[in-house]
Structure formats: C-alpha cells, structure tokens
Design a protein around this ligand. Structure first.
Ligand code: ADP
Ligand code: MG
Ligand code: ZN
Length: 476
C-alpha cells in the first residue's frame, strides 16, 4: 500500500527585544545564572505583569509578513503545568484568542510553488533552563530565560514531505531575519521547531494519528527525523499495528526517535484567561504603522531580482535568501553592472569562503567594493578569470585591494603577442611527437598545449591569444 505523509510544524521564535515580555529584565544571553531576574519573572506572589509593547510590534511584523488576519482584540491565557523551570506554575501564552490567524507562507522546491497555511501566531513567555551535572545528583535551574518573549507559529498540516518541511522552515527563518525580529538560530535555540507527523493511505482524506517530534536542533535533523518517523509509522501500519499519539524525542546520535511521553491534551493544562492582563486591543492605525515599517520581504526581493537584473530564478532565490547577501549583491552591481557575473561569483567562490569561515555576507573579509574592482580587472582583460580566483583568496586573507595584489604579485595578464609566441615555440619544440599527432588530426591535443603554456606563464597568458597563436603556429 502507498502512504502519504502529513506534516504540520510548530515553530517557536525568540524575539530580539531588549527586555522580557512582562518585566524590564534583560534578555541578553550568557549572563551568570539568575542575574536577569526580578519578582515578576520569578513568579513571586502578588506581582503584576506589564506587557512589553515591542513584543506586540514584532509579532505584528510577522503576522503582516505572513498575511495573517490580525485580531483587533486578543487575550493572554494561563497554561497550567508543573515543572521546575516554570516558577509560577503556569506559562502566560495565548489560547482561544491569538493575535493572528489564517496566514500563509509560500515555498518553492525545484521551481514548484506551494502554499503552506499558517493556522495561528501567538505570543508567549519562555521558561527557564535546567542544567544537569553528570557527576552530582542535582539539577540546576537558571531563570534568566524565564519571561523571554516568544512567538509560536503553527502551520496547517499542509506539508507532505521532509523536503517541504525543510523549505518551509527555511522560508520562515528567512522572514524572521528579514524582519529583524529573531536571530533564527536553530543550533542555539533561538528558533525551535517541533514536527507533527502522521501518514495516511494515498488518496484518502482522513488524517492518521500523529506523533510530535522534539529536539530538532538543525535543519538536517528536522528532515532526518521526519524521514525516520515516516518509515517507522509505515512499518507499524504494514504490520497491522496502530500508531499511538505521543511525543517523541529525536536522537541525533542514534538517528532515531524514541517515545518521551504520551501526548497531553489541551484540557490537561486548564487554560483560562489571565486575570492580571487586560485584553490586547490593536487598532488599524497600529497595524498600518507597522506595515509602513516593513522591509522588502524575501519573495518580493526574489521577484524583483529576476525582473530588474534579468537573473534566473535559481540565482534570484539564492541571493534573496538572506537580506545581507542581497544587499551585498546590490552594492556590487552598483559598482560593476553585470548582474549575472556578480551572481556567479557570489554563488561560487564567495559562498565557499563564507561557509568556510562561518560568516555572513556583511561580515565578509572581502568588501563589495573590492569584489567589484576584481571583476572589473577581469572584464578589462588585466587579469584572467583563473588568476582572479587567486586574487580573491588573497583579498580574503589580507583585505588588500585587488589592484595592489595584482601589482605586488606581478599577476598582470600577458597580452603581448610576441612574448606569447616565444613561449609557444618553446613548448612546441619540447613536444615534437604531440605536434605530429595534432597535425595528423588529433586536435584535442590543443588543450594539452594550452595547459603547458599556462603552466609556463603561471596562468598569466591571455587564453584567447594563446589559442590563436597555437593554432597559427601548428598550421602546416
Ligand atoms: P497541539 O497544540 O496539541 O500540538 P495543534 O492542534 O495545535 O495541537 O496542532 C499542532 C500541529 O500539528 C499543527 O501544526 C497541525 O498542523 C499539526 N497536525 C494536526 N493534526 C495532524 C496530523 N494528523 N498529522 C500531522 N500533523 C498534524
Ligand atoms: Mg504541540
Ligand atoms: Zn524580570
């Protein structure tokens, strides 16, 4: 029997506000444990939470960017449960009246577009962090993260494969980064994803029972865990068994999921409206002012790049995946107006460099000015495309201008025909047998000669002139 996966993602994005959601404590990361705390976020009796307006602004940005319907009146609710990282015994979240609903995000896989529905976006507070010492029978609790603002973005079960899940998650991350509301870092936990996975016989309507996967702290793990879960559930159904609804933990070392707990139901949390917080009223003016402050978003930029710079979809998607890279591209093109050439460099050597150094485009050791000047040197024939790669690496190392490097290392391209003729004669004189074969019709040997000449000139000979001279000298 053929099965079809059904997947919905719940994403928690930590908002980049300076202070927490209901108190003035700092949200900055890495402080000594329990130093960013106050009676409010420690949940002392009698204290009152006050909503941070920035949290609403940031959430509205996301809601608008994903085309959600924004509720003019939403509410905070208490989600009650006991855990040592939750000092109040409840988490302030939103339940029946979230701030935003009915949105969507568009993804594209190999040119195929697909729309993934967003069920809801709501605001909530983060919990504290537990630490465990393997050598001592104790757990340590740090409340610095308690009360740090999160938005939860819940997707419709519209996703049908691990690859679509990855594409959706990347698109969401790209949006929160464009909006500058979240770091989007899965590894460090500022952007977290739970995946709900079920399968059903192909071309049936009813959803199967789902498992919720946790501990997916990289894009690779998200896709791997969903893959694994799909095959696990297939196996169960093929053997006539039943999938149980539960929460499962991904183990990135063993590459499998294992049961963590049976799935809790909403009514177990005894949600009720938080009596300490007023309903949140958002008027059109507020929404309009946030709308006006939004930057150009990834999809808009992608479309503009295709039109304005006549770039292929692949290039436009690559360049617009991060705002940083897109800005870098546009700065380069301003100085060297050959978009496709700039794009090729950014997708090639430039990306390789950033990946190797773990840097973003704005942190690149090669400035857009210097890259544009390098491309200009190639364009003017001062250096060859091959030498340009060497100069680029040197720029990354030393930060020097390309002109300076070309001058210091004597890399200027040799375009002097008589100088090239001299080298060609030498090389031909050294290889009489190959010359005979060439003349006898083995014209593929041209590449061999070009290689020899490039070696002799350390790559500096102008390739076109080399080709012309070679052909001329080997005639008859
Ligand atoms: P909960 O809060 O208990 O996790 P929700 O109803 O909010 O439950 O759903 C959470 C996520 O699970 C959503 O992203 C939704 O799309 C997804 N989902 C719901 N039912 C299924 C299913 N049968 N298979 C896969 N995903 C599902
Ligand atoms: Mg859930
Ligand atoms: Zn506090």
């Amino acid at each position: 029997m053929e099965f079809e996966p059904v997947i919905g993602l719940e994403v928690h994005a930590q908002l980049k506000t300076k202070t927490k959601i209901f108190c003035g404590c700092s949200t900055s990361f890495g402080a000594p444990p329990n130093t960013h705390t106050c009676p409010v976020c420690l949940g002392m009796p009698g204290v009152l939470p006050v909503l941070n307006k920035k949290v609403v602004d940031y959430t509205l940005r996301m809601a608008i960017a994903t085309d959600c319907k924004i509720s003019s009146r939403s509410r905070f609710a208490r989600k009650n449960y006991f855990y040592p990282d939750l000092p109040k015994g409840y988490q302030i979240s939103q339940y029946e009246l979230p701030i935003a609903e009915f949105g969507h995000v568009d993804i594209e896989i190999n040119g195929d577009k697909k729309r993934i529905g967003i069920t809801r976006i709501h605001m909530e507070e983060d919990a504290g962090k537990l630490g465990h010492d393997p050598d001592r029978p104790v757990s340590m609790v740090d409340f610095n993260r308690t009360g740090v603002p999160l938005i939860e973005i819940v997707s419709e079960p519209d996703i049908r494969s691990p690859e679509e899940a990855g594409a959706y998650l990347r698109q969401l991350r790209s949006i929160v980064r464009y909006l500058d509301i979240c770091d989007g870092n899965l590894e460090e936990g500022s952007f977290r994803c739970d995946a709900n996975v079920s399968i059903r016989p192909k071309s049936t309507e009813t959803f199967g029972t789902r498992a919720e996967l946790k501990n997916l702290n990289s894009f690779k793990n998200v896709e791997k865990a969903i893959h694994y879960e799909i095959s696990r559930q297939k196996e169960i159904l093929m053997e006539g068994g039943k999938v149980v609804q539960e929460t499962r933990l991904w183990d990135p070392v063993k590459n499998k999921t294992s049961s963590m707990r049976s799935k809790e139901e909403a009514h177990d949390y005894r949600y009720f409206p938080d009596p300490d917080l007023l309903p949140l009223v958002i008027d059109d003016e507020w929404i309009d002012s946030v709308k006006k402050s939004l930057p150009e978003l990834p999809d808009e930029k992608k479309k503009r790049f295709q039109e304005q710079y006549s770039l292929p979809l692949y290039d436009a998607a690559f360049l617009s995946s991060s705002r940083d890279l897109a800005d870098y591209f546009e700065e380069c093109v301003k100085l060297f107006p050959e978009p496709k050439q700039v794009s090729n460099w950014l997708m090639g050597a430039f990306s390789a460099l950033l990946n190797a150094e773990g840097k973003t485009a704005s942190e690149s050791p090669v400035s857009p000015e210097n890259l544009a000047r390098l491309l200009d040197l190639v364009d003017k024939g001062v250096i060859s495309g091959k030498i340009a790669k060497t100069v680029f690496e040197e720029m990354a190392q030393s930060g020097k201008t390309p002109e300076k490097i070309v001058e210091e290392k004597g890399l200027v391209q040799v375009t002097d025909v008589s100088a090239i003729e001299e080298v060609v004669s030498e090389v031909l004189a050294r290889s009489p047998a190959e010359v005979e074969s060439y003349k006898g019709g083995k014209t593929k040997l041209l590449g061999y000669f070009v290689g020899q000449i490039m070696k002799e000139t350390k790559g500096k000979a102008n390739p076109k002139i080399v080709n012309d001279v070679l052909k001329k000298m080997m005639k008859t």
